[in-house]
Design a protein around this ligand. Structure first.
Ligand SMILES: Cc1cc2nc3c(=O)[nH]c(=O)nc-3n(C[C@H](O)[C@H](O)[C@H](O)COP(=O)(O)OP(=O)(O)OC[C@H]3O[C@@H](n4cnc5c(N)ncnc54)[C@H](O)[C@@H]3O)c2cc1C
Length: 675
């Protein structure tokens, strides 16, 4: 015999503005099986939860319905409260009368009628609910961090310092990411390399961290606490353990190519180290540039056209026979920190990018400012090596421009443009810096003061407006724009133009697909909840850090990386994980083995299993659900044509009972014609 309690929350005015919580509670008390019904302004508050726990005990309730906000928010709160009162937590269900009712309706009578129906349905469902026990899943005490920029470095160090093992995978030959390219960093102007390289070295030396550079994650299978990652280690053609980093090989190498680290502003050899402070400090032979053909193919025909590096290498570490290898690592948690790239498409092209060598993007200008850059920190024009005197900085190139770029603000450009203008004035005191801006967004500690310093101390000229065109005229770059404050057109003959291009996700083929993670409409990894779960993803056990989630500066990246690390550490800290038991089960006796369910399962939780006869021979194939992987989404249950899959906590019986009750309405509302 069911004894159900119904608790209706006002959620301040969120629900009560359009739904009469009192009428819903009054109606609920009439639903057969309900022995207790009450309404309360904030059920999630401590006194609200006390009402629930006391009512469970005093009325000997066998099930509870909380009519409130989305289960995403407070289901755990109320289930925990129910468990404290001795009720199996899975006998407590949420009737969502906020997101699915009060927030989407205006007319109070109709909204109240709908809330009553939602509650009646949930009561019927709870009457049939069965007690469930959480599943116990073992946890592998190791994290995988993908991306070795500042976000990945910070996350790896935090997890490793908490005593857990970490595998850090970076696709480039060195750790560091984009921060390693920067000259000095706003707002404090500390040298980027000086604050980054100690961390890179710490990672490389950390006893708990395995660093796999020049590597990429090929495949990830498994589930929270138990992932298996296949990692492809690209061949360096140099035995890294024995390379002394002396550089004799690069000196002997005859082949040059643009250096990616210097964004093409300087060349490197086919065998190279990306930058002097690289970690690991070993050489890498670029198979695409080496004069020896077919370097990666183990069986293919190879022409050893040049062996100069091998000849001069004293420790004899050059190995032209090296091939890619795939290593496997078991991990319990994954942090994705794959960073950003700059978007230099349509709008940048209109502004002369790639048409003229002296139109640069922000990272190229960083390399010109950097002491380790191609001009040793002296700002020089790439075209003729002259010191530029008039430099125009253009903000929001591609940002906040859905027609010719992206709709979002890239968040870092206002600040790094102010930094660029300020550093230009430091390096070339008699230069003139002009900044075209839409508005200056300098929301951060010391940020507004930093921009003001550029304007008032260094006399950087800020012009509010857009630039329509940049073209070459009489040896200079003519910048045509409009000053929207005065309403006048502006023409500046510049020696150099620097574009603050929009930040976009790092180009990465299909990592999101490999990890089964959604991305947002711009391609950044999608968090579960922007406010309450900003570093978690829909796949339990996988977290996101840094600019892989959205553009942000170093302080915010580091803070978010530590947040992701703390989530990962929390997961790795227990040897066993309790998982929600809401998972699917196949009735194997009735399963026809069509495996349609396997095709639709987004979590790859379903496998085909042979049923053996008494002689141990395969008789037929059936589908079986790995309950540790199953997320309880229910897609398989509705796909199964034979209705042979049951979802714990959401059985067909429960759903039909819930639907059957939807027609019920309080008599008062019936009289008002609300059916
Ligand atoms: C011009 C410019 C100037 C800036 N100046 C400042 C400043 O002064 N102060 C400040 O606070 N911020 C500044 N920033 C912002 C700063 O660069 C970022 O906040 C920071 O670099 C973000 O770090 P990240 O680790 O998230 O990403 P990234 O630095 O992009 O690192 C990501 C790493 O992941 C690796 N990776 C990508 N895909 C894969 C994959 N599939 N597998 C393995 N590895 C992968 C990449 O190779 C890279 O090493 C500036 C940005 C720009 C564009």
């Amino acid at each position: 015999m069911s004894r159900i309690g119904v608790f209706v929350c006002h959620c301040g005015e969120n629900i009560s503005r359009t739904v009469s919580a009192e009428e819903v509670a009054e109606f609920a008390s009439q639903v057969p099986g309900t022995v207790f019904a009450a309404d309360y302004p904030y059920l999630c508050s401590a006194p609200g939860q006390k009402i629930l726990t006391e009512a469970i005990k005093e009325n000997d309730l066998t099930g509870v319905v909380v009519a409130a906000c989305s289960p995403q928010l407070h289901e755990p709160t109320f289930r925990t409260a129910a468990a404290q009162a001795g009720l199996n937590p899975y006998l407590c269900e949420i009737a969502n009368i906020r997101e699915q009712c009060s927030w989407v309706h205006r007319e109070k009578g109709a909204a109240t009628a709908k809330a009553c129906q939602i509650v009646a349905g949930t009561v019927e469902r709870v009457k049939l609910a069965r007690p469930l026990e959480p599943l116990e899943v073992p946890v592998t005490d190791r994290a995988l961090v993908i991306g070795g920029g500042i976000a990945g470095i910070r996350s790896a160090l935090d997890i490793a310092n908490s005593g857990h093992e970490v595998v850090l995978v970076e696709r480039e030959p060195s750790l560091g990411g984009n921060m390693a390219r920067l000259s000095e960093t706003f707002p404090t102007l500390d040298c980027s390399q000086c604050i980054l390289t100690p961390l890179m070295v710490e990672v490389a030396r950390h006893p708990n961290i395995e660093v796999l550079t020049y590597s990429e994650v090929e495949e990830v299978s498994g589930y929270v606490g138990n992932f298996t990652a296949q990692i492809r280690r690209k061949p360096r053609f140099v035995r890294a353990d024995d390379c002394t980093g002396c550089g004799d090989c690069a000196e002997a190498c005859p082949e040059t190519t643009p250096n990616e680290f210097d964004v093409g502003l300087r060349t490197r050899k086919a065998i190279y180290i990306p930058f002097p402070q690289a970690v690991p400090s070993v050489y890498t032979l670029d198979a695409d540039r080496c004069l020896n053909a077919n370097l990666e193919s183990p069986t293919g025909f190879r022409v050893l056209g040049c062996v100069r590096c091998e000849e001069v290498c004293e420790p004899k570490v050059i190995d032209f026979d090296m091939t890619a290898e795939t290593v496997e690592r078991q991990v319990g948690a994954i942090i994705v920190a794959t960073g950003y790239d700059l978007m230099l498409e349509e709008q940048a092209t209109e502004l002369g990018y790639r048409q003229h060598p002296d139109v640069l993007d922000g990272l190229e200008f960083e390399r010109l400012l950097s002491a380790s850059g191609p001009t040793d920190g002296m700002v020089r024009r790439p075209s003729d090596g002259k010191v530029p005197k008039d430099v125009v900085f253009i903000q929001c190139v591609g940002s906040r421009n859905p027609e010719h770029g992206v709709s979002y603000c890239s968040r870092i450009c206002c600040m790094y443009t102010a930094k660029h203008a300020l550093l230009l004035k430091h390096k070339v005191p008699d230069s003139r810096a002009y900044v075209f801006f839409m508005d200056v967004r300098a929301a951060g500690k010391g940020y507004e003061e930093f921009v003001q310093r550029a304007i008032s101390e260094e006399h950087v000229m800020y012009i509010r407006g857009r630039v329509s065109q940049v073209f070459e005229e009489n040896g200079s770059l003519r910048v045509l724009g409009v000053d929207t404050l005065s309403g006048r057109t502006v023409q500046i003959d510049a020696d150099m133009v620097v574009l603050a291009a929009a930040a976009k996700p790092a180009v990465d083929n299909d990592l999101a697909a490999k990890l089964r993670l959604p991305v947002d409409s711009h391609g950044f990894f999608q968090e579960v909840h922007p406010k309450l779960r900003p570093v978690e993803t829909v796949t339990p056990g996988i977290f996101i850090a840094g600019t892989a989630q959205a553009p942000r500066d170093i302080p915010d990246t580091v803070a978010q990386a530590s947040a992701a690390a703390s989530k990962g550490t929390e997961l790795l800290s227990s040897s066993v994980l309790l998982r929600d038991p809401t998972s699917a089960t196949v009735n194997e006796g009735a399963c026809a083995g069509c495996l349609e369910c396997q095709l639709v399962c987004p979590y790859q939780a379903i496998e085909a299993v042979d049923i053996l006869n008494t002689e141990g021979e395969p008789m037929r194939v059936v589908a079986r659900v790995n309950s540790a992987v199953c997320e309880g989404c229910g897609i398989c249950t509705v796909t199964c044509r034979g209705s042979n899959i049951d979802l714990a906590g959401c059985s067909e019986e429960e759903i039909f009972a819930q639907l059957g009750a939807l027609g019920r309405l309080p008599s008062k509302l019936q009289a008002e014609g609300m059916e």
